[in-house]
Design a protein around this ligand. Structure first.
Ligand SMILES: Nc1ncnc2c1ncn2[C@@H]1O[C@H](COP(=O)(O)OP(=O)(O)OP(=O)(O)O)[C@@H](O)[C@H]1O
Ligand SMILES: [Mg+2]
Length: 339
């Protein structure tokens, strides 16, 4: 579970490509539309974005191609210089940091998996994963030891001496993930890390990723244009359109209360029962406790098979196994019927 401590705060961030970007943003009260920017010969790739990423959460940014996801995530580590706004990492104002300080932060505290990342073709898997540590000046035995641990973590133990060309696309992706983890980042940015994979391997990688996160508990900003992927992985999702965040919330929030028709369109094909939590449907405890139980934070879909054994009501349990409510068959059927 994510704590509520904000790890990364992004306030009023703009990125305008093209001439005169800074003067176009001007006083922060001006809120130029995409059309106004285009007319001025500029692209508003990121427009007045405000987000807070909490320690230990998976924060997913999703939106169609060109909506500004990659630009935003690069602004967060200042690989792209924002036109204006504030970015605070552990309370430190990154836009006031020197370039040397930024390099230190990126090297030691941030991990990145880029949308089109490349492994070094002439290096083995082990050397690829150890590479960022080599740059940090970590001595050989220590960096190889840590690299082996990361390779093991992503399920590639035994392939340390292979070269990238000898691996499948999914395996190469895992090497990229292991490499970005080698520095043990506090804040981990992943820009469409699975989008090049076919659907089956992609699902496997998502499971793998959730397993990794249950062990590592990183603070993660994950980009995807796939809503199914977003709801599988996210604690919270921010939906971008034309450089703006149109809505941010839990998957459940977005599906049940879409703020705009655009968000509703994304969420339309999602089975509600996979998103709505038992906790949302349960009623207060009273009387005797049913035998059968389910976790309160499980999606309702997981409760359905439990009713097939004849139970009318399930006990909903918190993370410590304490009953916190009751879930009725009728409430579950109702959600399933609505799709
Ligand atoms: N260096 C640049 N110069 C000018 N315009 C740019 C530059 N980089 C990005 N853009 C524009 O900014 C907008 C946002 O691009 P961005 O790459 O952030 O989108 P994205 O959401 O990551 O898309 P995708 O899903 O295709 O990766 C696009 O209109 C793009 O053309
Ligand atoms: Mg992108």
């Amino acid at each position: 579970m994510a704590s509520s401590e904000p790890k990364l705060v992004c306030r009023g961030v703009w990125k305008i490509f093209g001439a005169g970007g800074k003067s176009l943003v001007g006083s922060s009260s001006a809120r130029l539309t995409s059309a106004e920017l285009r007319a001025a010969g500029a692209v508003g790739a990121v427009r007045d974005v405000n987000i807070e990423v909490r320690e230990g959460e998976i924060f997913v940014i999703m939106g169609l191609s060109g909506s500004g996801k990659s630009t935003l995530v690069r602004c967060l580590s200042r690989l792209i210089e924002p036109t204006s706004g504030d970015i605070l990492f552990n309370g430190e104002n990154l836009l006031a940091a020197s370039e040397a300080r930024m390099i230190e932060i990126r090297r030691h505290q941030m991990g990145m998996v880029f949308q089109h990342f490349a492994l070094l073709p002439h290096l083995t898997v082990l050397a690829n994963v150890a590479f960022p540590l080599e740059i940090q000046g970590v001595e050989r035995a220590a960096r190889e030891e840590r690299a082996r641990r990361m390779i093991d973590l992503v399920g590639l133990a035994g392939r340390e001496n292979a070269f990238p060309r000898e691996l499948s696309g999914g395996q190469q992706q895992r090497v990229g993930i292991a490499r970005s983890l080698a520095v043990e980042p506090e804040l981990w940015f992943l820009d469409e890390p699975f989008s090049a994979l076919d659907p089956l391997i992609r699902r496997e990688m998502q499971d793998e990723f959730l397993r990794l996160q249950s062990v590592l508990r990183k603070t993660i900003v994950f980009i995807t244009h796939d809503f199914d992927e977003a709801i599988r992985l996210a604690d919270r999702i921010a939906i971008m359109k034309d450089g703006e965040i149109v809505q941010a919330g839990t998957p459940e929030d977005l599906v049940l209360n879409p703020a705009t028709p655009y968000v509703a369109e994304f969420t339309r094909s999602v089975a509600r029962a996979k998103v709505v939590k038992v906790a949302t449907l349960m009623r207060p405890l009273n009387g005797t406790l049913p035998q059968a139980s389910i976790r309160a934070n499980a999606p309702v879909a997981e409760a359905a098979p439990l009713f097939s054994h004849g139970a009318e009501t399930l006990a909903a349990l918190d993370g410590a196994g304490i009953p916190v409510g009751l879930l009725d068959r009728a409430a579950v059927v109702d959600v399933m019927m609505r799709g």
